[in-house]
Design a protein. Structure first.
Length: 122
């Protein structure tokens, strides 16, 4: 009897962990550009890494005031850093530790005069 309940407990815990991993992998999000400038490049990287990977915009621009859906499924890390490169002067800005598993929409804001960045999530 003891072995059976131990196996059931392990099975139940495995199911909970696996269902949590499936939820964590669902990190698609809509990025809303309210920075005041068009975005030429967008990079996404796990917050604990120092490598940005490839530009997610390709040959497209994300104009100020516009939005774009990003398909993203990193099951190993929900907390991601976002880096954008502006089209007008190629300057870069980073938003750190954005929880993509919790947010469906991220609105990026930037004050170029003060260098202040902010993000509003939904």
């Amino acid at each position: 009897m003891m072995k059976l309940s131990h196996k059931l407990l392990i099975g139940a815990l495995s199911s909970i962990l696996l269902s949590g991993a499936a939820i964590a992998g669902d990190a698609d999000f809509t990025l809303v550009n309210r920075t005041g400038y068009d975005l030429r490049e967008v990079y996404i990287s796990p917050s604990h890494k120092n490598a940005w990977g490839k530009d997610r915009m390709g040959d497209n621009l994300l104009e100020n005031g516009k939005r774009r859906l990003f398909k993203f499924s990193d099951k190993s890390s929900c907390k991601q850093d976002l880096k954008v490169v502006f089209d007008d002067d190629a300057s870069e800005v980073v938003w750190e530790e954005v929880d993509l598993c919790e947010l469906e929409t991220i609105t990026l804001k930037y004050n170029r005069k003060t260098g202040e960045v902010s993000a509003q999530g939904e």
